[in-house]
Design a protein around this ligand. Structure first.
Ligand code: SF4
Length: 268
């Protein structure tokens, strides 16, 4: 699909967000158009960068990303443990080949400079990633297996099966992989969804990240949502412990939180 383009003056930044170390967002907006709602879209609206959902689902490519990186990598390289793609958009919008192509060029450039990346998507991870640095880590988001949820909340993201298949390929090729079960909905939003079935289907991954849904008024209509999220968190932890997997429960999901969120990814 055709995509708008723009130029920017900077790209890499350091973040305190849970997945964080350094990050870059080489696309503005996101064609996946999740309706949980998407936090990045809410922020883009709040700061006046976009006015509507229709504007949000039209991605804009930062066409001079590679040139910016040529200047920024030497400046920041010594401070970077890894770069995460992306926090405010999706690096693998599967219906936009130009997005995927630029993402791959960026990963290649970072890896050539001995910088590890982590990438999270609701799109499809291309097979060619197998040829990139073995240090890289890849993840997909999967919070439900129901068509009802996909249609209503992730209308333009890749089908579940395709996301998982692409992740499994990379896992089998020896890469560290993770699944982000976030933002997990309450049963009034997605009645057929079952955390056990989800855990079962993503059990090949090395790590599971679990987090509750926020910012959706329907959550407050579910009696005892906090208890529900605590029970789900316990199931995730138990599953991971029994199956020798890493886990991370996102801040704000459990009754009592551990604010130490620094171990989500291996540092270089
Ligand atoms: S894929 Fe991520 S950034 Fe894109 S709309 Fe969905 S939640 Fe927002």
């Amino acid at each position: 699909m055709k995509i708008k383009k723009k130029k920017r003056t900077s790209l890499l930044y350091q973040t305190n967000v849970e997945y964080g170390d350094w990050c870059l967002n080489h696309i503005e907006n996101c064609a996946h158009g999740c309706k949980y709602p998407c936090y990045a879209m809410m922020m883009a609206k709040r700061f006046g960068r976009i006015k509507s959902y229709d504007e949000w689902i039209n991605p804009i490519l930062v066409e001079n990303s590679l040139e910016i990186l040529d200047k920024e990598i030497p400046k920041y390289k010594d401070k970077i443990n890894f770069v995460h793609l992306c926090f405010t958009t999706d690096p693998f919008m599967y219906k936009y080949p130009e997005v995927v192509e630029l993402t791959l060029k960026i990963i290649k450039k970072l890896n050539e400079n001995d910088i590890k990346i982590t990438a999270l998507t609701k799109g499809v991870l291309p097979e060619i990633l197998k040829n990139f640095s073995p240090e890289n880590e890849y993840g997909v988001t999967l919070v439900s297996l129901t068509e009802h949820f996909k249609t209503n909340y992730e209308p333009y993201a890749a089908p579940f099966e395709e996301r998982l298949k692409s992740l499994k390929h990379l896992h089998e090729a020896g890469f560290r992989t993770w699944v982000s079960i976030e933002p997990y909905p309450t049963p009034n939003i997605d009645p057929e969804n079952k955390i056990d079935a989800l855990l079962d289907i993503v059990s090949f991954a090395d790590k599971i990240v679990f987090g509750r849904m926020n910012y959706n008024p329907e959550i407050n209509n579910f009696k005892d949502a906090r208890r529900f999220f605590e029970e789900c968190s316990q199931k995730v932890i138990k599953f991971c412990e029994q199956n020798n997997k890493e886990h991370h429960i996102k801040f704000g999901t459990r009754y009592f939180d551990n604010k130490n969120t620094q171990t989500l990814f291996n540092k270089k």
